[in-house]
Design a protein around this ligand. Structure first.
Ligand code: ADP
Ligand code: ADP
Length: 236
């Protein structure tokens, strides 16, 4: 459903961050991009939602053609794509619930977001918090939650957007192993239940093995491995 055809990225400073790369990700997969810092994981993820424009190649979403065809196609693709970051980008002084409601605003169009959100949006946001086990923290300020809880609010916010695709850039890099595992377990379960395609970058091999359907190994802007966790085990 998401296809990269010969996508290459060179940044304005001349850094060739991604060599021509082709990749097809069927709907509903949980794909892990595995590689050390600087391997090109963020660059690849940012191409997938159009935050970075490749110098060549196409990013094709389902039957809709290139995401870069027009401002409209790019905007629609981004609306269907939820983002989760290493630094959760929550607004600290707002409650967990208010932060998740931001995901509902993203779902509506810009004009609509100037109006008060309907009640159903509050319900959707509360349901999203419940699914990450944080209903009892809904009214807590985001900056008073633990790192793992904040990241799970980030997941709830992305889910409240009702995305088809989730892109998660090192979502557990700043967490301790126990909190990190919980975050990935929640993300994995929700994506599975809702049939959401997930592309998650990690640098921990053990976590990639545990959660991925398919692992893409990246090094110096190139794919050096593409296969199942079992195949990764055999090749190492
Ligand atoms: P990773 O996510 O695996 O750490 P990145 O995609 O962030 O890798 O980086 C790939 C390469 O591109 C690195 O050499 C990095 O320094 C470079 N890079 C990343 N972002 C930019 C940018 N905005 N401008 C210039 N170079 C960048
Ligand atoms: P299943 O129906 O059990 O998901 P698949 O035949 O779809 O099995 O996939 C088998 C394995 O091949 C998966 O574990 C995944 O890692 C890998 N895989 C799935 N889709 C692709 C693809 N488009 N390109 C390369 N490898 C893939």
């Amino acid at each position: 459903m998401l296809t990269l055809q010969d996508v290459a990225v060179t940044y304005a400073n001349g850094v060739a961050a991604l060599a021509p790369t082709s990749l097809s990700i069927p709907k509903g997969r949980f794909l892990v991009l595995l590689g050390p810092s600087g391997a090109g994981k963020s660059t690849l993820l940012r191409c997938m939602n159009g935050l970075v424009r490749p110098v060549q190649g196409e990013v094709i979403a389902g039957g809709r053609g290139s995401i870069f065809r027009s401002h409209k196609t790019l905007r629609e693709h981004r609306r269907r794509t939820g983002m989760i970051f290493q630094q959760h980008h929550l607004i600290g002084r707002l409650s967990a619930l208010q932060n998740v409601l931001m995901g509902r605003i993203a779902e509506h169009n810009a004009l609509r977001s100037m109006l008060p959100l309907p009640r159903t949006d509050r319900l959707i946001a509360l349901q999203a918090l419940e699914r990450v086990g944080l209903l009892d923290r809904a009214l807590h300020r985001a900056d008073q939650l633990s790192g793992g809880q904040q990241q799970r609010v980030g997941i709830a916010r992305a889910m409240a957007q009702r995305p088809e695709i989730i892109l998660a850039d090192e979502p557990v890099a700043s967490l301790d192993p126990v909190a990190g595992e919980r975050v990935l377990a929640d993300l994995h379960r929700i994506c599975r239940e809702d049939g959401i395609t997930a592309i998650v970058s990690l640098h921990q091999v053990d976590l990639a093995r545990r959660f991925a359907d398919r692992i893409i190994g990246l090094s110096s802007g190139r794919i050096i491995f593409d296969g199942s966790p079992a195949q990764l085990g055999a090749s190492m």
